[in-house]
Design a protein around this ligand. Structure first.
Ligand SMILES: NC(=O)c1ccc[n+]([C@@H]2O[C@H](COP(=O)([O-])OP(=O)(O)OC[C@H]3O[C@@H](n4cnc5c(N)ncnc54)[C@H](O)[C@@H]3O)[C@@H](O)[C@H]2O)c1
Length: 430
């Protein structure tokens, strides 16, 4: 069963999944619309996006168990892991998914399993069935009204909940929520995930599984928004938000998260909008949390500008005589992913506004995005510490582990704004 597997979309999710399935001895056909990326995978030129992934993909390609192409191939199971972003009006953009469905439709044969892993609004798996039905009227698809009908094709939804930097471990160990359009679809999908998943494979309905993924990310977003809102309130009341949260978390049933420069990436900052788009009248808190988190980078920009202005006043110099260093560009600590990064947005605005030298530290990238490279210089951490103003934007391990006492006393004489609270707290202990 499932000897040949087609993976549609070889990005952060699809590529590790393809490599793991090939490692399990399956014949895997990886398909992506990005021809340049396909060529790079074939040549083993995989960027260091995930620990051990490059080696695993190279070995899968060399063994002949992972074949990649811009054309989808027939298989026993199809896994779709293409982007599902939001449009400018904050509605879900399912165009990549619809396109992927059209690629696989002509290849489907009786007995195939179609799995959607992309994060989607509730009801999308049903839509996938409708799209396929339109393309392939010759096949019998799952019938929700008559779930006992024997379908030619099984369709299920199984969201991803992996943590970047831990993907290869979490893909195997995490529990999976597997939503079938019918119980038979769910059973077939559970059999598929058993190939490599050591966590629980929990079968449910497709709509519940879709909402489960959106709920998990909205839960995170709402909780982060609470911490971010506290940081604004404390600033206005001249209170130390980090100390406040430390004290409040001594309550046995309180566990407040840490404020940050905002929420980024293409999951937590996007998925709650899928709920808002479907239930606008009901999803008040979820919408508000999105707004609070989306506003946070604007607030950080204003705080950073004030810090730079104070440094200019203290030094009694021209603005262009002040050097500024921003620490961190990724959308969250310890990843190289700059997509939808609040830090990137903040840096982009500040680097256009500030007239003097502008330095950046991002330990996980080798080159700055081209528009930023015109205005800012990527430097190492210790070079950045020489700048007049330091703006800490991402709590990378490199910055968290910074315990040099001499450097700390030097830093305490500089103008600093710490959006993550990692130095503010350490500062107080020096
Ligand atoms: N990255 C994560 O940590 C994560 C976690 C959970 C869920 N997800 C969800 O998984 C899905 C994929 O995310 P990702 O991070 O892997 O995205 P990605 O952007 O890294 O990769 C998607 C890949 O799909 C390709 N593609 C786009 N349209 C295509 C099409 N029609 N046919 C074939 N290939 C196509 C792109 O070229 C790209 O290589 C999204 O819905 C995302 O929300 C991602």
């Amino acid at each position: 069963m499932f000897k040949q597997i087609s993976i549609i979309g070889l990005g952060y999710i699809g590529l590790p999944t393809a490599a793991i399935l090939a490692q399990q001895g399956k014949m895997v056909y990886g398909m992506d619309i990005n021809a340049h990326w396909i060529e790079r995978i074939q040549q083993g030129d995989i960027p260091n996006i995930e620990p051990d992934l490059a080696e695993m993909v190279k070995s899968a390609v060399q063994s002949g168990r992972l074949l990649t192409s811009t054309q989808a191939q027939p298989a026993d199971a199809f896994v779709i892991a293409v982007p599902t972003p939001i449009n400018t009006d904050l509605s879900p953009d399912l165009s990549y998914l619809e396109q992927a469905v059209k690629y696989i439709a002509p290849l489907l044969q009786v007995g195939n399993l179609v799995l959607v892993e992309s994060t989607v609004p509730v009801g999308t798996t049903e839509k996938v069935a409708e799209w396929l039905k339109m393309e392939r009227p010759d096949l019998v698809f799952p019938d929700l009204l008559n779930p006992q009908t024997v379908a030619d094709i099984h369709i299920a939804y199984c969201p991803e909940r992996v943590l970047p930097s831990q993907m290869l471990r979490e893909l195997v160990q995490n529990d999976r929520i597997i939503g079938g359009l019918t119980p038979a679809c769910a059973k077939s999908a559970v059999d598929f995930y058993r190939i490599f998943v050591q966590g629980q494979c929990i079968a449910t309905q497709a709509r519940l599984a879709e909402m489960c993924k959106l709920t998990e990310n909205s839960f995170r977003d709402v909780n982060i928004a609470f911490a971010n809102e506290l940081s604004l309130i404390c600033d206005q009341l001249d209170l130390d938000v980090w100390e406040l949260i430390r004290l409040a978390n001594h309550h046995p049933r309180v566990n407040i998260l840490q404020p940050s420069a905002g929420v980024g990436g293409h999951c937590i900052a996007v998925d709650p909008w899928f709920i808002v788009a479907q239930s606008p009248a009901q999803a008040k808190l979820i919408r508000c949390a999105r707004e609070v988190n989306d506003h946070k980078p604007e607030w950080v920009i204003e705080k950073a500008k004030s810090t730079i202005a104070e440094a200019i006043m203290a030094k009694n110099c021209r603005p262009d005589e002040i050097s500024v260093a921003c620490l961190g560009l990724a959308f969250k600590p310890d990843v190289d992913d700059l997509r939808e990064s609040p830090a990137l947005k903040i840096v982009s605005t500040l680097s256009q506004w500030h007239q003097g030298e502008f330095l950046l530290v991002e330990p996980h990238i080798q080159h700055l995005p081209s528009d930023l490279a015109k205005r800012a210089k990527l430097v190492d951490f210790h070079t950045a510490l020489q700048a007049d103003v330091l703006i800490l934007l991402v709590g990378h391990k490199l910055f968290r582990d910074f315990t040099d006492t001499a450097a700390f006393s030097l830093l305490s004489q500089k103008s600093c704004f710490d959006a993550c609270g990692i130095w503010t707290t350490k500062w107080q202990s020096h």
